[in-house]
Design a protein around this ligand. Sequence first.
Ligand code: URA
Length: 438
Amino acid sequence: MSRSAASSNGAVEPFDAVDVIRAKRDGGVVPEDALRWMVDAYTRGYVADSQMAAFAMAVLLNGMDRSEIRVMTDAMIASGERMSFAGLGKPTVDKHSTGGVGDKITLPLAPLVAAFGVAVPQLSGRGLGHTGGTLDKLESIPGWRAALSNDEMFAQLREVGAVICAAGSGLAPADKKLYALRDVTGTVEAIPLIASSIMSKKIAEGTDSLVLDVKFGSGAFMRDVDRARELARTMVALGTDSGVATTALLTDMNTPLGLAIGNANEVRESVEVLAGGGPADIVELTIALAREMLALAGLPDADVEAALRDGRAMDAWRAMIAAQDGDPDAALPVARETHTVTATQTGVLTRMDALPFGVAAWRLGAGRARAQDPVIHAAGIDLHVKPGAAIAAGQPLFTLLADDGSRFARALEALEGAWEIGPETPTAHPLVLERITA
Ligand code: URA
């Protein structure tokens, strides 16, 4: 690859973007120094959006090898600040989910793990499209504040153990720019780019260890289980190569998780789990992820169920919410309008498809179409039954929640054909399909 291209201000750039694009277009491996330069030059505006878009498309079509993905990730980490919790005096462990419908697991999980004296620095985002954002859910709690300074985060980790807050703009700014470009150029789906995007932020965050919940199925970012597995393996390798102990669970996202889809109703359901109840699938996944996190933090024998039963996880939740100015006892928003859908026949609920339920909740106002839109915290869907339940004609199946009843028609349109009642009990699929380690 030739070096030395003159930039418009006369400074000599060590590489030429067109050479880097051609190398990837022709299926080659981009040399480390050229790839690092490409990411840096794009972040500072020397490499144009059109050039980076061509490069991203070449990656989507031709892939990257393990060393290229590692270099890409490192270069994105190097574009911003790198946090460190070394002075905390406790192990740190984080979780990342690739997102799904009704996925509120972070809410009970972070305080549950913190109840064992482990610090959980959970930098989260807002939802876009049919998958909800953790910060949107927590903002249904009156007073709760997502934005924390690094000092506030550090103090809360020391005193409470769990923090769920907004990621500052200083972490991996190259990823922020590249992700926005991929979104409008049909290149989001490239596994090397997804893996480097997610892991650059997690590694820059400074956690000692990380558990990934990589979802597959209709409500997931990756529908296909083989692609989800490949993404999980790629991210586990990246974390491990960077010194972050990383494991992944491959989990089923074909059916909504739990009975609540929305924001305030998902907080209510999370509190039920912290009180020792809650839907079986939410409890199962929360416990499975907590065990993984605690094992990475050096506590493989922690009795996770006991902490849910005896109130320790609930105490950590209340402290976590209060530390960010939220009132854990305040009433949560309730929808002004409801519409309940009932069964037209008797039988067994054989299917409830996650994606249309996610889209319907979004149309009811629980999610946003543009990053700057607000969400309606009371909007969403409460499910009354899950697949496998015996159903009698006339029985309520689910209730749509909105502040404006004119939203129901479009939500119901999204739900056409989204569930099925049949004569026979469906085959149950495991929620956690596989565990992936380095
Ligand atoms: N989430 C991210 O942060 N990055 C991606 O590329 C995809 C999902």
